[in-house]
Design a protein around this ligand. Structure first.
Ligand SMILES: C[S@@+](CC[C@H](N)C(=O)[O-])C[C@H]1O[C@@H](n2cnc3c(N)ncnc32)[C@H](O)[C@@H]1O
Length: 362
């Protein structure tokens, strides 16, 4: 586990190295990216894990409780993490029975206050009213653990359930991850350009490339540094290239704004790489709408870059690239001998759907 995460975890006093069934409520903005982001964080931080179930916006995993700190520190597309008490069909009698069978004293003691919160995600069963279920489960908890009381404003413990599809996943909430810091970073940039990528997508892409703290992350088409900022904020060293001087100067301004000192920000052509070793690559090459391609096709730029980067990456080093779906990223990477690990298709607007592909050096 990296030092930044350990420091955060120690401040919060979490139990170390304890295996549990955890659940993650994921953002509904994309059907596959948030799941892959959590998995990639486990991989990057070296947590052993077993995926139990993928439900709509919910991931159930058996892993170390500690891993929640890594997800809190790194994830852009996770909203809530908790330790699961039970999951079952969204049928009131079954839910009540499951709660009665749960060793509640392991999670709340007499003298503590609590709240029960139920969140519905799109497409869940229509017949259960969240507030009614909250009240019902709250009463049961009060009855079963003597000396507890309800406090909806600032409870000691929050029991949290997600109604997803035909199921309820119920547990103790450990952390909330509000998206506010990402939203702020979209508007708080000294240097802006219309090609800018959102902080949230940039962070997610960084996670998909699985860098560890201290790893060197390259963005060879860095533009305004959105990707480099997100990599820097999770403790990576960063290096950026852009063929336009004004972008390089702007990138540097934006990085310094977050106290991030890059290893290098260079005016350079990514097709003639001036670097010999990096740990991974996260990038969003130009596709000729608002960003220059210097007269080349996006396919050509990406192919040329993939050819020159191969020997600068370690074995199994990852590359996460975004490009319009029509470019056919997956095929380009495979043809050049990279392992194509995954592709996600991200709708931006009517005439742009991005493919976000992850490759690995063989
Ligand atoms: C889509 S923009 C990157 C946007 C960036 N992700 C952001 O959020 O600001 C692509 C960038 O690639 C740069 N570029 C174009 N051709 C290049 C090349 N051959 N080598 C390096 N940079 C190049 C452009 O100047 C542009 O800034």
């Amino acid at each position: 586990m990296n030092t930044l995460i350990r420091k955060k975890r120690d401040q919060k006093g979490y139990t170390k190295n304890k295996k549990a069934t955890l659940f993650f409520l994921l953002s509904g903005e994309h059907p596959t990216l948030p799941f892959s982001e959590v998995k990639s964080i486990f991989e990057a931080e070296g947590y052993k894990y077993r995926i139990l179930e993928k439900l709509i916006q919910v991931l159930r995993v058996e892993t170390d409780v500690d891993s929640i700190q890594a997800v809190e520190f790194r994830a852009a597309m996770t909203r809530v993490c908790g330790v699961e008490l039970f999951s079952c069909n969204a049928v009131i009698t079954e839910i009540v029975q499951k709660l009665l069978n749960t060793p509640l004293h392991d999670f709340i003691k007499g003298g503590e206050s609590f709240a029960v919160r139920i969140q519905r995600v799109q497409g869940c069963v229509p017949h259960i009213v969240g507030m009614e279920l909250e009240r019902k489960l709250g009463k049961l908890i009060l009855k079963r653990v003597k000396g507890t009381r309800v406090n909806l404003r600032s409870p000691n413990k929050t029991f949290f359930g997600v109604l997803t599809g035909k199921k309820l996943v119920f547990g103790l909430k450990l952390i909330d991850i509000p998206p506010t810091s990402f939203v702020k970073r979209n508007s708080n940039r000294l240097f802006f350009h219309p090609t800018v990528m959102s902080a949230k997508l940039a962070r997610c892409m960084v996670n998909l490339a699985q860098p560890k703290t201290g790893n060197l992350v390259l963005d060879p088409f860095c533009g305004t540094a959105s990707i480099l900022i997100e990599a820097g904020l999770i403790g990576c060293r960063v290096i950026g290239l852009d063929v336009q001087r004004q972008m390089v100067e702007g990138s540097l301004q934006n990085l310094l704004c977050y106290d991030l000192n890059p290893e290098g920000i260079v005016v350079a052509n990514a097709r003639q790489l001036p670097i010999s070793k990096v740990d991974c690559v996260v990038t969003d090459p130009p596709y000729g709408r608002s960003s220059t391609t210097l007269g080349l096709s996006t396919q050509q730029i990406i192919s040329d870059f993939l050819i020159v980067i191969e020997n600068s990456l370690p074995k199994r080093g990852k590359i996460c690239i975004a490009s319009p779906k029509t470019v056919g990223l997956g095929e380009i990477g495979k043809t050049l001998g990279f392992n194509h690990l995954e592709s996600h298709f991200y709708y931006v607007h009517k005439s742009l759907t991005r493919e976000i592909a992850v490759f690995e050096r063989t």
